[in-house]
Ligand binder design. Structure first.
Ligand SMILES: [Zn+2]
Ligand SMILES: [Zn+2]
Length: 308
């Protein structure tokens, strides 16, 4: 089952050099989560062939325009296309104020149920949970309230080895317990260890999205060990003072969080419009954390079930 991140936008502040403002789609087991929704997200979804109606949940990190100005357009299009399935939206309370104002002024009553989940920016909490995964917020430090999001799969039941089930004549009623890791005891009291009856379904996979923020060392603890970490890298480190003044991070900051957090892969993005060529940013981040990639639009980052 997929665990796949698609980059739709990687620019900070203004669209430039064919880079769009922040937006990403995370496909976890064929469920589609949109993370931030900068201007132009609709056209990027079309370009990368992700159907709007597959998106069931939208997460907005903060209310700077480069992270949510595409949202109203996307909601309008979903409405015009006759969407009926419910849509869950996570963000700060004021986001809903903006949406309600626009709907009221255009006298629009959405055809679908928009379910808003207000997010607190000053404390980390679980904001979504079902049988497959949890989503927790990460407290960030930006000029306005801002949260990151960490998506974690829950452990999956072990896979039964059907030939072993047959070999030991194990009745069906025991299958669920064996999938959950129990040994099997036959009618004669002989114990067959679980390791002989099942194989692992793979480790739970995880993705952390760290939107606009100053370097915050405790973020490394929160993202500890994730398979994929996206961390903004608006500037190269020579502009550290500028980064601090604008509550942003440098490539070295992002790579340091990745290194301290012992993540498996780092993706850097939210690049300043001053950088046409991104290769120096990548090279700089790799001096600290070699397993770094650029958030290039259209790029897909896949976490496989086996390798996680
Ligand atoms: Zn931004
Ligand atoms: Zn911002």
């Amino acid at each position: 089952m997929p665990f796949e991140l698609t980059i739709l936008g990687s620019s900070s502040a203004t669209p430039t050099y064919n880079r769009h403002p922040t937006a990403q789609v995370l496909n976890i087991r064929e469920r589609f989560f949109l993370i931030d929704c900068g201007e132009g997200t609709q056209t990027q979804l079309v370009r990368y062939r992700i159907r709007y109606n597959r998106i069931s949940h939208i997460f907005i990190s903060h209310l700077h325009g480069d992270h949510y100005l595409g949202l109203m357009g996307l909601l309008s299009t979903m409405h015009l296309q006759g969407r009926t399935s419910e849509l869950h939206l996570f963000g700060q309370q004021e986001l809903m104020d903006v949406i309600e104002l626009q709907l009221r002024l255009s006298q629009t009553v959405l055809r679908f149920n928009l379910i808003f989940h207000p997010v607190k920016s000053y404390t980390s909490s679980v904001i979504f949970e079902d049988e497959d995964l949890t989503v927790r917020t990460i407290v960030l430090n930006h000029r306005v309230p801002c949260t990151g999001f960490i998506f974690k799969e829950k452990p999956k039941p072990r896979k039964l080895l059907i030939n072993k089930m047959k070999q030991y004549n194990i009745p069906f009623k025991h299958f669920t317990r064996i999938k959950n890791g129990e040994d099997y005891e036959d009618d004669f009291g002989k114990i067959i260890p679980n390791s002989e009856l099942t194989v692992s379904s793979g480790k739970p996979r995880s993705y952390a999205f760290c939107s606009d923020t100053l370097y915050e060392e405790q973020v490394a603890d929160e993202v500890n060990g994730v398979d994929l970490l996206y961390h903004e890298s608006t500037f190269m480190h020579e502009l550290l003072e500028r980064a601090k003044a604008t509550f942003h991070s440098t490539c070295i900051d992002a790579a340091t969080i990745a290194k301290k957090g012992m993540v498996k892969k780092l993706i850097i993005g939210h690049f300043s419009a001053r950088y046409k060529d991104l290769s120096p940013l990548l090279a700089e981040a790799r001096t600290v954390f070699p397993t770094t990639e650029l958030a290039v639009e259209g790029c897909r980052f896949i976490v496989s079930e086996k390798n996680s």
